[in-house]
Design a binder for this molecule. Structure first.
Ligand code: LLP
Length: 424
């Protein structure tokens, strides 16, 4: 089922014309389809039927309260990496006990806040963190349920900036040093070791790296049990890829089935931490063409969304499909760069694309922008943070309004020793 499609020549999100949203909200804006989010969730829910497994939505991919709430209502837990994300998960109604706290550098104050809130599981990534967490838990008089995240040293075959399971990446504890870390954890009175966690990378389009990593972790689990640890949970992490261009990512059902096969007989409860796969294809970025500048080498289509709104193209050389909101069947195409108005050559959404000729005022839609889009946006060049809209059937609502420039300025202060302007 496609949730973004042309109807009567105009791109719609479900039953709502994107142009109608643009008229109301202005551009640029992110638009999420509730139907697409539910459908993506359902694939996971169907996949894990019959398994002892939990799905903790990796909300770093899209931490809109509306999105978290939608998944929460469907039964999701949350995978968080900061106290800010924890507060969002709680505000969206995710029970604290269904929150998993990951991250390579958690501060004592953050661990304290997590334990005070009753977060269900902390995935520890270093011996130093074990000691800190033990001390914090002792101060609070609680025992923290932890897994240790191991780094299985496999190649996730993805972009270098989003691969996490190689020895040279900062994440997890080297699998060869893991027994030692578990021994340390087992001796700390305020920690209860409940399992092992891994996460090998993001936008994986092959199952082989998962298989290789699970084989390695499975062997480790055997050794840990020989060492006397109770390993009840295996957190697989996230990482399953989506379609941006012509990728053929595995079906969720095949992914879960592979995990099920490779962990069969282990007697561990599984945790899945999908982010991108749940939200990526369910969101688009809509932007208006400001002007078109024909150049000697190519044509520049300057739009009102920029690298501060969607940084993936320039940061990861990511390819996002871009289509005109008004359908142009059979139109001849021209080669162009779709760029933003920011003063940097790296400010582009697409390069060397063949698109029907565009003119000032036309709307374009950037596909597969629901994951790592709005969450990575900034207000660089004093551009207001891009708003977010959710569509559900024929309804739509602004779930995060665009801040006004006045609101942005009001958040700042002059130092007290500086005379504010206009007071002389
Ligand atoms: N669990 C852990 C511990 C993670 O570090 C991540 C993502 C996930 C789960 C979710 O992974 P996913 O299912 O979304 O692939 N900004 C980059 C992606 C960074 C991913 C970081 N970790 C991008 O735009 O491609």
């Amino acid at each position: 089922m496609t949730f973004f499609s042309y109807k009567d020549g105009e791109m719609h999100a479900e039953g709502v014309a994107l142009g109608a949203i643009a008229d109301k909200v202005g551009t640029p804006f992110y638009c999420y389809s509730a139907g697409a989010l539910r459908a993506a969730w359902q694939e996971f829910a169907d996949g894990i039927k019959g398994f002892d497994a939990d799905i903790c939505y990796a909300m770093k991919a899209n931490s809109s309260l509306a999105v978290i709430r939608l998944f929460g209502e469907l039964g999701a837990g949350a995978d968080i990496v900061s106290v800010g994300e924890m507060r969002r998960a709680l505000a969206a109604g995710i029970p604290a006990g269904r929150i998993v706290y990951s991250g390579v550098g958690k501060k004592a104050s953050e661990l304290m806040a997590a334990l005070e809130a009753g977060v269900g599981q902390i995935n520890v990534e270093s011996s130093a963190e074990l000691e800190t967490l033990n001390a914090v838990a002792g101060q609070l008089g609680v025992r923290a349920d932890i897994t240790i995240r191991v780094n299985p040293d496999v190649d996730a075959e993805t972009h270098a900036k989003i691969t996490t399971g190689r020895k040279e990446n900062k994440f997890g504890i080297d699998i060869d040093l893991a027994r030692e870390a578990f021994r340390l954890a087992g001796g700390l009175p305020n920690l209860r070791v409940v399992g092992v966690a891994m996460h090998i990378g993001s936008q994986l389009t092959s199952l082989e790296p998962y298989r290789a990593a699970i084989v390695r972790v499975r062997e480790l689990i055997g050794q840990l049990r020989e060492d006397g640890h109770r390993i009840e949970r295996f957190d697989i992490g996230g990482g399953l890829g989506i379609v941006y261009a012509a990728e053929k990512p595995p079906a969720v059902g095949d992914f879960v089935a592979l995990v099920g096969r490779e962990t069969a007989g282990l007697g561990c409860k599984l945790t899945f931490e999908p982010g991108r796969r749940l939200v990526g294809e369910a969101g688009v970025l809509v932007s208006e063409v400001i002007l078109v500048k024909p150049g000697a080498a190519k044509t520049f289509v300057i739009v009102d969304a920029a690298m501060n709104d969607l940084i993936r193209p320039t940061l990861y050389e990511a390819w996002h499909d871009i289509v005109p909101v008004r359908e142009r069947p059979g139109a001849a195409t021209i080669r162009c760069d779709i760029v933003g108005p920011i003063c940097e050559s790296g400010d582009f959404l697409a390069q060397d694309r063949d698109l029907p000729p565009l003119a000032a005022g036309d709307l374009v839609m950037v596909r597969s922008a629901g994951a790592y889009g709005a969450v990575m946006a900034s207000s660089y060049n004093s551009r207001p943070l891009v708003p977010e809209v959710m569509v559900d059937g024929t309804r739509f609502a602004v779930t995060r309004p665009r801040p006004t420039i006045d609101e942005m300025l009001a958040a700042e202060r002059f130092p007290p020793w500086v005379e504010p302007p206009g007071t002389e």
